[in-house]
Design a protein around this ligand. Structure first.
Ligand code: FAD
Length: 264
């Protein structure tokens, strides 16, 4: 079945490795009969920093309070046109793909700023009941539930440097704030990331290998098993502490891995 995919791309150079991977994904998805939108953040001149200009209808004499002003603007459909356009792209999409280079163990600032602004109160967070017993529809529920997400990232470091004992820290831990905190949070089913290591030294043969590996992952976009992140409201967490209930951990007693359910 044909699907609609949003690629959000963060690299300042169109002829970069990241640009080439983004173009290859775009062409591959179109060739399969899917429809694709691309948000090329540098090319769009995306404004990354949240500030008062994001809420044009706010009372300019009052102190800026980002969650409150964001909520009011979202409820009044008064967010800026650039943010509303990205929210509409997310609503239309069956899957979101992020393509970016690892910069200082995270995403480039322009992409972080895309989330800061597009995930307004009422859209990315602040969804559903908020009470002493319920902390909203998040972590597996929310505006983007039912959609899939894939992070495709290039890293200069070697793969073993990102292994469980590697000096940079395990790649799944480094990407946890993105995969769990930004993607699972508003409801996405998050696929295991696709990572190209030693990306600064990629020759033509290695590029073809990296590109083909990514395209194979696209072929599994609808069939691959997502990371088994636990749902906030699925019974694994105690209320009101939202700590994992005793006895449910798969191995260690702490760390990001606690929030992934053990294989059945
Ligand atoms: P490019 O520089 O565009 O290309 C990389 C190589 O791919 C080049 O040799 C190019 O010739 C080759 N290539 C082969 N075929 C093609 C093709 N068809 N199209 C384009 N290029 C091709 N790394 C880490 O591991 N951890 C970090 O925390 C980290 N922090 C960083 C912070 C900053 C600010 C910067 C600038 C880099 C950092 N790096 C880090 C390295 C970074 O992750 C890599 O530089 C990046 O992933 C390389 O991707 P690129 O698209 O910029 O590559």
């Amino acid at each position: 079945m044909n699907k609609h995919i949003l690629i959000v791309h963060a690299h300042p150079e169109p002829a970069s490795l990241n640009g080439a991977l983004k173009d290859a994904m775009h062409a591959h998805l179109l060739a399969q009969g899917h429809s694709v939108e691309v948000s090329d953040l540098y090319a769009m001149g995306w404004k990354a920093a949240v500030d008062a200009a994001d809420f044009p209808q706010r009372d300019a004499s009052a102190r800026l309070r980002v969650p409150k002003d964001s909520h009011a603007a979202f409820a009044a459909d008064a967010l800026t046109a650039d943010v509303r356009a990205e929210q509409d792209k997310l609503r239309r999409a069956d899957a979101l793909i992020l393509q970016f280079p690892l910069w200082w163990y995270s995403m480039p600032a322009i992409l972080k700023g895309w989330f800061d602004r597009v995930y307004s109160y009422g859209f990315g967070y602040g969804v559903g009941e908020h009470s002493e017993r319920h902390w909203g529809d998040r972590y597996g529920e929310g505006t983007l539930a039912g959609k899939r997400a894939l992070v495709s990232v290039t890293a200069g470091g070697w793969q073993p440097h990102y292994s469980p004992r590697g000096i940079n820290g395990p790649i799944d831990d480094l990407l946890f704030p993105i995969n769990h905190g930004l993607l699972h949070y508003p409801g996405f089913d998050v696929l295991p990331p696709y990572v190209v290591y030693r990306s600064d030294r990629v020759d033509a043969g290695q590029f073809a290998q990296a590109r083909d590996g990514l395209l194979r992952r696209l072929d599994g976009l609808w069939s691959d098993a997502p990371i088994a992140y636990r749902r906030q409201n699925g019974g694994d967490y105690a209320v009101p502490s939202l700590e994992l209930k005793p006895g449910r951990e798969a191995g260690g007693e702490r760390g990001f891995g606690l929030h992934v359910a053990p294989a059945a």
